[in-house]
Ligand binder design. Structure first.
Ligand code: SAM
Ligand code: SF4
Length: 333
């Protein structure tokens, strides 16, 4: 299939060529910043895209200029038929990556290799077993940690995502920078973002500026260097002068990357979200099931994208009190 000239351009001239697909809302962890304590409302199986529908809809996106697809969730490896999805998507002219909590990763290495998948983003919010298990409300630290090391050994490009929360794991920033220097890996410190039911408030936020200051205080400004970021990278990356890996910051709250955003999201229940913080969604699955062509809907959803932060000025009271969004576990990160 030939990928045509990009037609996914929004009203601010941003070309969208990166699709993030949430394969499932289910998860085998319960990270408190992502999954509300009471869980998320259960839906009937029919409300979710089948593997065939997911592949058919993704194909339409690719025909409109999508060049990169990232599979996420929930936990993507819990999706039944993930092998079929990966095999079929890997026949499309796109680069594929996966964001995972790595609990089940070892079982899927052969499939990932077979499908030519090279990029794995893995969440690990603490290097301390007890702390990690507290955050994730489950006890899988050792398995996850071993799977990350195995992925690095097998030659995958591994990025480790750390959501930094004041008073929870912010004291581990230097430990993670040290860790990144020992392996061929990039650790990305993510500013804690507000979503439904995740106990967010400004006091729990650790800004990119503050994190970088802590790194500077510890190492001195000449012992780490800025590395080159690509135009649509969300992370601003650095490395220790003698370090093997890198570390970076994703500052969605204090310094968002909306100007260069090239992302669009497809949720497991078949809704398009044009921004993590968007208040509206387009129901592409119902449209598709009715036999309608879906490209106009995709294009209109891109055209209605706000300039920044889903149309909010800031993550202040007006956002916290008046926004209606999903929990992160059902958006797909
Ligand atoms: N289960 C997979 C995982 O944990 O990597 C994929 C889904 S998870 C929703 C995708 C990413 O979103 C993870 O890196 C996670 O740390 C991040 N995330 C979830 N909630 C967040 C929040 N409130 N603020 C910032 N990042 C968040
Ligand atoms: Fe599950 Fe990932 Fe959310 Fe943790 S961050 S609850 S692993 S979806």
């Amino acid at each position: 299939m030939e990928s045509k000239t990009p037609i996914l351009i929004d009203s601010y001239g941003r070309v969208h060529d990166y699709l993030r697909i949430s394969l499932t809302e289910r998860c085998n962890l319960r990270c408190f910043y992502c999954m509300p304590e009471e869980g998320i409302p259960l839906k009937e199986k029919e409300e979710f895209m089948s593997s065939e529908e997911m592949i058919a809809i993704s194909t339409q996106f690719v025909e409109m200029g999508i060049k990169k697809i990232r599979l996420t969730g929930g936990e993507p490896f819990l999706k039944k038929d993930i092998d079929q999805i990966l095999r079929e998507l890997s026949c499309l002219p796109v680069e594929i990556g996966i964001t995972t909590n790595a609990v089940l990763l070892d079982k899927f290495f052969p499939l990932l290799i077979e499908c030519g998948i090279k990029s794995l983003n893995v969440s690990l919010d603490s290097l301390n077993e007890q702390k990690f298990n507290e955050i994730s409300r489950r006890s899988f630290f050792n398995r996850i940690y071993e799977n990350i090391l195995e992925a690095i050994r097998l030659g995958f490009t591994v990025k480790v995502n750390v959501v930094v929360i004041k008073g929870v794991n912010d004291h581990e920033i230097i430990d993670f920078v040290e860790w990144s220097s020992k392996f061929n890996v990039e650790v990305r410190f993510i500013e804690f973002m507000p979503f439904d039911g995740n106990q967010w408030n400004w006091n729990k936020k650790v800004s990119q500026k503050e994190m970088l200051q802590r790194v500077t205080d510890f190492y001195g400004s000449t012992n780490f260097i800025k590395t080159i970021d690509r135009p649509n990278d969300t992370s601003r990356s650095y490395k220790l002068v003698d370090g093997k890996g890198r570390f970076g910051f994703i500052s969605s709250i204090t310094n968002p990357f909306c100007d260069t955003c090239n992302r669009i999201r497809l949720t497991a229940d078949g809704k398009i979200k044009n921004c993590l913080f968007s208040q509206t969604e387009s129901d592409i699955l119902t449209h598709y099931r009715k036999g309608n062509e879906v490209k106009t809907l995709i294009q209109n959803t891109i055209l209605s994208k706000h300039k920044a932060k889903g149309g909010f000025d800031d993550f202040d009271d007006s956002y916290l009190n008046h926004s209606s969004n999903r929990s992160m576990v059902s958006i797909g990160g």
